[in-house]
Design a protein around this ligand. Structure first.
Ligand code: AMP
Length: 251
């Protein structure tokens, strides 16, 4: 579903209809992905969505799409300025944005949240939203990697300007340099993947996002996954960990 779904409800807010109706699934996964910038979360999100049939819900993608609007609201302008500096957008604004899209949380196709929550306050707000929707998180996958490896991955990352597919100049190059294999769009380096923004983002991650792992570990929802190796190997590791968790919860 995810690769053909335009995710209209997520990009435009709950009122919009997605291009593909989610089919009722035997197993609809509801997952959160955690991990520092550059750990390969976006790539895993894509692979996991393809494998599990869930929708990839990225708050960063919503902000990047909003940046193309002709007349962004003052609140959105403030958010985009924070994003450009590599800072986090305020909790209040991000939570409101996700609230407006809460229909995506109870969608029977499941979801994979990428980039949200990023603070404990956002995680608490998400738990409340899920309660209201009558659904539960299956697990939180936390991808882990040494810092030096992360810096290398980030500086070589390229993103499709049209479909948001993620590449790496050496580890996952496109067939034709600068061109997306999937849609032919041009590949760009995101503004926040530049060295000065990377430093700010790593600091924001350490201060705000790492405590999230503790939040989810407390009640057993956290699964730590080594992000070392090829994307397909990490995917395999993630699926295996999820399956083991599902068996453990059932027994
Ligand atoms: P991402 O694509 O997830 O790396 O997000 C890109 C940028 O969007 C971040 O560096 C933040 O400025 C902003 N952003 C996205 N999601 C959030 C969030 N949950 N909380 C705060 N800021 C966010």
């Amino acid at each position: 579903m995810s690769e053909h779904n335009d995710r209209a409800a997520w990009f435009q807010g709950g009122e919009a209809h997605c291009s593909v109706k989610p089919e009722a699934r035997k197993r609809a996964y509801r997952l959160v992905l955690l991990g520092p910038p550059g750990v390969g979360k976006g790539t895993q999100a894509e692979l996991l969505c393809h494998k599990l049939g869930t929708c990839h819900l990225s708050t960063g993608d919503v902000f990047r799409a909003a940046a193309c609007q002709d007349h962004p609201s003052p609140a959105l302008q403030t958010a985009l300025a924070a994003m450009k500096r590599g800072d986090l957008v305020s909790d209040g604004l991000v939570v409101t944005m996700v609230e407006e899209r809460s229909v995506c949380l109870s969608c029977c196709g499941g979801f994979l949240l990428d980039g949200f929550p990023r603070t404990v306050m956002q995680a608490e707000a998400l738990d409340e939203l899920l309660d209201e929707q009558g659904v539960k998180l299956d697990a939180v996958l936390s991808y882990e990697l040494p810092l030096s490896e992360i810096v290398d991955r980030l500086s070589g990352r390229r993103t499709c300007s049209k479909c948001k597919a993620v590449y790496h100049v050496t580890a996952r190059p496109p067939q034709k340099e600068g061109v997306c294999d999937a849609c032919g769009g041009s590949l760009i380096q995101r503004e926040d993947d530049r060295p000065e923004s990377i430093r700010v983002r790593m600091k924001a991650y350490e201060e705000s996002t790492r405590p999230l792992a503790d939040y989810y570990e407390k009640d057993g929802r956290l699964i730590r996954v080594s992000a070392d190796g090829k994307p397909e190997e990490i995917l395999e590791r993630s699926i295996q960990a999820l399956e083991e968790r599902t068996v453990a919860v059932r027994s």
